[in-house]
Design a protein around this ligand. Sequence first.
Ligand code: DX5
Ligand code: ZN
Length: 223
Amino acid sequence: MTRQTPYISPSMLASDFANLAAEGRRASAADWLHVDVMDNHFVPNLTLGAPVVEALAKAVDTPLDCHLMIEDPDRWAPAYVEAGAGSVTFHVEAASAPVRLAREVRAKDARAGMALRPATPIEPYEDLLTELDMVLLMTVEPGFGGQKFLDLCLPKIRTARQLIQKHGGETWLQVDGGVSLETIERCAEAGADVFVAGSAVYSADDPDKMVAELRATAQAAAG
Ligand code: DX5
Ligand code: ZN
């Protein structure tokens, strides 16, 4: 990938599940495609698993950014790397051994991400940052697309950015939930550099154009 951050990662949760490959290609300007994996236990919703990720990875050129909203990611996350995901993000609330898991994902040559629900603080995980390629801060409660962005998450985005800078600045900072042309500016100003957008991209007439607009807005706000 030659482009620098900000990166836009459209969430396929808002796309037509009967046509995933074509929907991925409708957003080919995207840097990543965000695939939400839900198990009906960690969150009250069920989506798709590793076989679908494997099929999609073969069908699109854009790398897949898998967001695992599942119990026991220690057991299941490696299968998503093997299925072809370029980035695999597990929830810290569900992982038993996040450092071991991040190392396992990296050892299999994928980027390792760790996600936090809105009520989970970042400070206890400062020492893990160098083990991670990305931190995902949820800006809605995970489980469903189309929810309203939670402004109460903005201070945590700022804190996470400061901690990341303190530890070398290599870790990407992703926000997910309610990100749109209206809210992306606030997220970018606070220090996020990877933006998941589901309904904003897939409810647009031209998803590719929306990706470009979101990226330009984030870039301008980041300064
Ligand atoms: C929610 C998912 C998100 C969701 C975002 O639990 O993790 O990725 O698809 O959708 P929007 O952008 O519509 O809030
Ligand atoms: Zn997600």
